[in-house]
Design a protein. Structure first.
Length: 173
């Protein structure tokens, strides 16, 4: 999937981030040292929240007003990032469904890692997701010409079905 060029949004202060951390079940002490929470987009604006590796497993969406809080900082979704382990978690905004492989989140996560010199943009980058939902996945991000990002990964079917063609009867008069 061609993600296009990353667009950098706001970097959040601790006071701006605090209500969002509460919705994620996290504390300021769960944040990765010296890395800012920042909005990035490669089509969909994500708030990237960098956390310590041990905090990734504790993150989960709580409450019903996350979408409103995200809108106030210019984001549509949130992803929690273990930058050192290159692993992310993201959910629907009510926290009911954890996504196991999100191309639209992998682009901003990679852009974040590149922007903060945590990954070499000339090398393919692999980001893990889905481990906590029992379906571990890996997405590969490459930076192409003009700083365009591409996301790829394997797809595994989880269901299949058949469509029955509707019978059309023509009437003659």
């Amino acid at each position: 999937m061609d993600q296009g060029e990353a667009v950098t949004g706001a970097t959040l202060t601790t006071s701006q981030l605090q209500p969002l951390l509460e919705r994620l079940g996290l504390l300021v002490t769960d944040l990765a040292e010296d890395l800012p929470a920042q909005v990035l987009s490669t089509g969909l604006p994500y708030l990237v929240v960098p956390v310590r590796a041990e905090s990734l497993s504790r993150s989960a969406i709580e409450g019903v007003d996350l979408e409103e809080l995200l809108m106030s900082v210019g984001a549509k979704f949130v992803l929690v990032l273990d930058a050192a382990g290159r692993e992310v978690r993201t959910w629907d905004n009510l926290g009911r469904v954890e996504d196991v492989a999100t191309g639209s989140a992998a682009g901003p996560a990679a852009a974040y890692l590149f922007a903060h010199n945590l990954a070499d943009p000339s090398d393919p980058l692999e980001i893990a997701q889905g481990r906590f939902a029992g379906r571990p996945s890996e997405l590969k991000i490459t930076r192409r010409s003009l700083n365009r990002l591409s996301v790829s990964g394997e797809v595994w079917p989880v269901a299949h079905g058949f469509l029955e063609p509707e019978l059309i009867c023509a009437s003659t008069s």
